[in-house]
Design a protein around this ligand. Structure first.
Ligand SMILES: [Zn+2]
Ligand SMILES: [Zn+2]
Length: 367
């Protein structure tokens, strides 16, 4: 099958022919129908997270497809089912899993990869194992994934829209619903309006926030955010974004969400909240970068600074619900797909992301 492989820090992916194994006992073989391009993939391509790269590497983790084959121990997923994959692959028996926090599974390595001694799932043309990013690897015509990284969805759900739920939408909406638990009538600021930020804006809208302030340097992204639920916009080119948000709200928002992954914007997100508010950091802050906030704000202002990993999801439950919200016309996904590309055009797709031209570019595998 064809796959886009990352071989080194060169900054681009190479389309190669690789071999995929048959499903082991707990595995599901999926024909990939669509895969979104996510910033987390880009962090490996541009080298900012290269310390965690394992070459050759198959990136891609925001995908949906159709089940081709299942292992003998797979439960509830059958050949022909439409599915979304999720990188929050969980073991199901650690303390994190058993207390409802499977997105933080402490034994995920046991299930995301095959046990040592077993043949690799993927082999390149020279016979070397290819590493699946996050246990998935969706920039390929087929995926072989542990059943705890796969969820069945309604066949009514278009798979090129379902793919977005696989990462960006679950991350953004989940941070609002699950991590921060935004209340109706509250005020929200979202810093960074790419795929995750736009999803957080939509989550805040669905949660009934009365004021949703989108913050971004790109006026096009602010326009998209407005179409999808933002009530106000702030462009840092027009002045200090923290001051602008404080003015718009008369003292700060109840909840802020940082969806970029930078020290400066994370600290700004904290600066935007009112007393008793919470700032939720969703972006992938680079390794070794520390965030500084005034300590007295935590005590005297009772402000909270928290992280959110993959929207604190229970994806086997959440993803079918998000599909329902889409099918009911309440979660907007069509508007988030700015460009559809083929696998061959993947490097151009990432280029468009870098240039801020897209909310999401989605690979259509033409199946
Ligand atoms: Zn992602
Ligand atoms: Zn676990």
């Amino acid at each position: 099958m064809q796959a886009a492989i990352l071989r080194d820090k060169s900054g681009s992916l190479k389309i190669e022919e690789i071999e995929i194994d048959k499903p082991d006992r707990n595995e599901v073989l999926i024909q990939t129908v669509a895969s979104g391009l996510c910033h987390s993939d880009l962090h490996f391509i541009d080298g900012s997270w290269s310390d965690f790269a394992m070459y050759p590497m198959l990136l891609g983790h925001e995908a949906a497809g159709v089940v081709q084959a299942v292992g003998e121990d797979v439960v509830g997923i059958e050949v022909g089912d439409h599915v979304i994959t999720c990188l929050s692959i969980f073991c199901g028996h650690c303390d994190r899993c058993l207390t409802g926090h499977s997105y933080l599974c402490s034994h995920r390595q046991e299930v995301s990869d095959r046990p040592i001694g077993k043949p690799p799932r993927l082999i390149d043309g020279e016979g070397n194992a290819v590493n699946q990013f996050t246990g998935l690897g969706s920039f390929a015509q087929e995926m072989l994934v542990h059943q705890n990284g796969v969820v069945k969805i309604s066949p009514d759900m278009p798979l090129d829209r379902a793919a977005l739920i696989g990462c960006g939408v679950t991350t953004g909406v989940g941070a609002v619903f699950r991590t921060a638990e935004v209340k109706p009538g509250s005020t929200v600021a979202v810093v960074g309006c790419g795929g995750v930020g736009i999803s957080a804006v939509q989550g805040a809208h669905l949660a009934g926030a009365r004021q949703i302030i989108a913050v971004d340097l790109e006026s096009q992204k602010l326009e998209w955010a407005t179409q999808l639920g933002a009530t106000h916009t702030v462009n840092p080119n027009d002045g200090d974004p923290v001051m602008q948000v404080l003015e718009l709200t008369g003292g700060g928002v109840d909840y802020s969400f940082e969806c970029i992954g930078m020290k400066q914007t994370a600290e700004q997100a904290f600066g935007m909240i009112r007393q008793g508010g919470s700032a939720t950091i969703i972006g992938m802050i680079p390794i070794g970068v520390n965030i500084e906030v005034p300590g007295t704000d935590l005590f005297l202002g009772a402000k909270r600074l928290q992280g959110s990993m993959m929207g604190s999801n229970n994806f086997k439950v959440d993803m079918p619900h998000l599909c329902e919200l889409y099918l009911g016309g309440r979660l907007k996904l069509d508007e988030m797909v700015s460009r559809t590309i083929s696998l061959d055009e993947i490097n151009e797709g990432f280029e468009a992301m870098i240039n801020g031209e897209v909310v999401r570019a989605v690979i259509d595998f033409g199946t």
